[in-house]
Design a protein around this ligand. Structure first.
Ligand code: PLP
Length: 394
């Protein structure tokens, strides 16, 4: 293992560290402080390979939003991943990581002119739009770009429904395609996002077959190449409840994709699935109190920090003491460090008695956790530390 000084050469990247067992994470807290969010790049690689095997022939574009970390981007690039960018900050991150622009698409449906220029300057040439005002913004650059028309397929059963805010009604797509073609835009095809952490693959299946019809109709009318279908993200992972195994989950999706014209390039934009299981949250019990007959444990991380996903993303993470002292678990409350009363991570969670200074481990905390953390109350967010960054660690 490298010395602490060498480990700190590159912020957030612990090059020499191999993490094989969570207990070793305790040593990381001793060295790097608490709270900590450990990102295991070996798990990122494993997740990429699992999804690539479940969706053969589909070009996976990592959506940076759930965990915009350079070490994750580099690990995925080494696996052959492509990238889905939505903001100029994300462009800067992939640029600094040395990712070629040709491996990136820009998928924000609503853009400022400066956003479009920043992406074009980097070299991105695939953009997403879902309405006429956006076509007008893209029109001046039509020689340099191709457009995916984003469709909306509502998924009320998904944890996060991403088809309410963006996407046009599939029934409106033919008329919009006409308008885009009239504006001189090259229509590469369609994209959709059925929602995040979706419960079952039915919606993908329906969306793919609708897009199949629309692609064929667009081609028949000579409105553009229509040779790309982007099936978005949303692939589920285990939290307190187990998700379906990814190969089985994708079986109906594979069947629907097999019906597409053979020359359609299929791409996907997974976020959570690639990075969620890679995150291990480590927080320290900084105080405790007995209130109304139960223990309240106060951690140095909470809803305003790495547990922000409980608010924004609706996720709940499996929590456990790192090194239990023994004793019968009894219902207790786990709270965050801020003075705000909503800053409670778990009520009624069964835990054996903990002492001040003990470490609590949160699993499946890679996606939508540190990405949405704040420094509320001047409490610094958890430090992000990437481990197992080298491919031979996996
Ligand atoms: C957030 C987002 C993703 C990633 O979604 P996951 O559910 O995390 O896989 C992909 N594409 C777009 C356009 C997004 O906004």
């Amino acid at each position: 293992m490298a010395t602490p000084a060498a480990l700190l050469d590159e912020p957030g990247r612990a090059a020499g560290i191999r993490l094989e067992h969570p207990v070793q994470a305790g040593a990381l807290v001793a060295r790097f402080g608490s709270p900590l969010l450990v990102i295991d790049c070996a798990v990122v690689r494993r997740q990429y390979r699992a999804l690539a095997a479940a969706l053969p022939g589909v070009d996976l574009h990592y959506a940076l939003k759930p965990l915009p970390e350079a070490a994750v981007v580099r690990a995925l690039a080494e696996e052959g991943s492509w990238f889905d960018l939505a903001t100029s900050g994300e462009i800067e991150l992939v640029r600094a990581a040395g990712i070629p622009a040709g491996r990136c698409i820009h998928t924000h449906p609503i853009k400022r002119d400066a956003d479009i220029r920043a992406a074009l300057d980097f070299g991105v040439s695939t953009f997403v739009a879902d309405n006429v005002d956006e076509f007008i913004k893209l029109q001046p650059y039509r020689q340099q770009l191709r457009m995916l028309l984003r469709l909306s397929f509502r998924s009320p059963q998904a944890t996060v429904d991403l088809s309410r805010k963006f996407g046009c009604d599939p029934a409106a797509a033919p008329a919009l395609a006409e308008q885009a073609a009239a504006a001189g835009l090259t229509i590469a095809g369609f994209s959709f996002h059925v929602g995040s952490q979706v419960a079952n693959p039915d919606m993908y299946q329906r969306a793919i077959s609708t897009c199949d019809e629309l692609l064929r109709a667009g081609r028949a009318r000579g409105l553009g190449p229509f040779d790309v279908l982007d099936i978005g993200g949303g692939f589920p992972i285990d939290y307190l409840r187990a998700a379906p195994e990814i190969g089985a989950f994708c079986r109906p999706i594979r069947a629907a994709l097999a019906e597409l014209p053979v020359d359609v390039r299929v791409i996907a934009e997974p976020g959570r699935f690639l990075c969620g299981p890679a995150g291990l949250g480590l927080a320290t019990v900084i105080g405790r109190a007995r209130r109304d007959g139960r223990w309240w444990y106060y951690l140095d991380d909470g809803l305003y920090g790495s547990f922000s996903g409980q608010l924004y993303d609706g996720s709940r993470y499996p929590l456990e003491p790192l090194l239990p002292h023994g004793g019968m678990p009894e219902p207790c409350v786990v709270a965050g460090p801020t003075c705000d009363s909503i800053d409670v991570v778990a009520e009624d969670i069964p835990l054996p008695e903990l002492q001040v200074g003990d470490l609590v481990l949160g699993r499946q905390m890679g996606a939508y956790t540190s990405a949405t953390a704040t420094d509320f109350n001047f409490l610094p967010r958890a430090r992000v530390l990437a481990v197992n960054v080298d491919a031979d660690a996996s």
